[in-house]
Write a protein that binds this ligand. Structure first.
Ligand SMILES: N=CN[C@@H](CCC(=O)O)C(=O)O
Ligand SMILES: [Mn+2]
Ligand SMILES: [Mn+2]
Length: 322
């Protein structure tokens, strides 16, 4: 179910004496409208049904509200046109949790925003968001181009999320996307950065290998590995025309992002995550982005919500500077 933007969420400090240069996000945020022009459109995916199904710690449905609350006071920098396009949430009926319908609704919604020329950034929600996000881009590109589009997925994540389970969950989205790509006759280009050797079974590494996934381990993404990581990412970005960028907050160390379902024992340092995010957003190929797995119930002093908001603002500003 889609709920229009609740603009009362956008509130905060007003530095009236500073004029235009003192503005914050809550002062420029507009509700999405059909005539909205170019800019960034935020949508919340208030869903943790996929985390439930994946035997994780539920609570990510509260993620969008927590991220908006930390975004409210962000200073206005290079991203000057911002829309709030509301929230999408599953509607449970009987014994069904409504996950697939919510993903489908998210896809149609994102395809609509893309057709308007907006840059959608979606606030999760469990990583089941990824199937809805990719399908939104796929529907948009299928409608606008004749030949198979070269879409690249860049996922910053401790997990491959390539599970083979019968039911969709937060652990299956990229395997589902691979299957849909095969059915469409499209290439499946998936780059997963930050994978933990100790949080993915051998079966998942084998599936990644057989699907041609490019990955780098968390232990290959320390601060001294930045140059190498960026050149690996560059090679991937050069091989595609359109990028779907997704960040699973559990790619960060547990002390930086404790508010997730599966906190990382090691994780990738924030400075490396930011460098990778900057690179993707500055590539000119990023068509949509999302941030997944924030669970405010396990957060400490809004640490994870703050880092999620910082990453969202950073991506929006990089794209706004192009
Ligand atoms: N989206 C999260 N996916 C992970 C969760 C792992 C866990 O709960 O420990 C996965 O399925 O591998
Ligand atoms: Mn993860
Ligand atoms: Mn994930």
């Amino acid at each position: 179910m889609h709920t229009p933007a609740d603009m009362t969420q956008w509130k905060g400090r007003v530095d009236a004496a500073e004029g235009q240069a003192g503005r914050r996000w809550h002062q420029i945020m507009q509700p999405w409208a059909p005539e909205a022009g170019q800019g960034v459109a935020l949508t919340g995916f208030a869903c943790d049904a996929g985390v439930h199904r994946n035997h994780g710690r539920p609570g990510a449905r509260k993620g969008p509200g927590a991220i908006r609350s930390m975004l409210s006071n962000m200073p206005v920098l290079d991203c000057q046109t911002l829309y709030d396009a509301g929230d999408i949430a599953p509607v449970a009926s009987g014994t069904h949790d409504g996950l697939e319908q919510a993903q489908d609704e998210l896809s149609s919604h994102l395809a609509g925003l893309l057709a308007q020329g907006l840059l959608p950034i979606t606030l999760g929600g469990g990583h089941e968001i990824a199937f809805g996000s990719f399908e939104g881009l796929a529907r948009h590109l299928a409608a606008s181009s004749g030949s198979p589009p070269r879409i690249g997925i860049v996922n910053l994540d401790a997990h491959f999320d390539l599970r083979q389970d019968d039911r969709a969950s937060s652990g299956t989205p990229f395997r589902q996307i691979a299957e849909n790509c095969r059915q469409r006759g499209w290439p499946f280009n998936y780059c997963c950065l930050g994978v933990s050797r100790y949080a993915n079974t051998q079966a998942l590494f084998d599936r990644a290998e057989s699907l041609g996934v490019g990955w780098m381990l968390d232990e290959e993404l320390g601060t001294s590995d930045r140059t190498n990581a960026l050149s690996r990412l560059d090679a991937f970005l050069h091989s595609v025309d359109h990028v779907y960028f997704t960040i699973c907050l559990d790619v960060l160390p547990a002390c930086v992002a404790p508010g997730v379902s599966a906190p990382a024992a090691r994780g990738v340092p924030l400075e490396v995550v930011e460098a990778l995010a900057d690179h993707v957003a500055a590539s000119g190929k990023m068509r949509l982005a999302d941030i997944a797995e924030l669970n405010p119930d396990f957060d400490i002093d809004h640490r994870s919500a703050r880092v999620a908001a910082r990453l969202v603002a950073r991506i929006a500003n990089q794209a706004g500077a192009l």
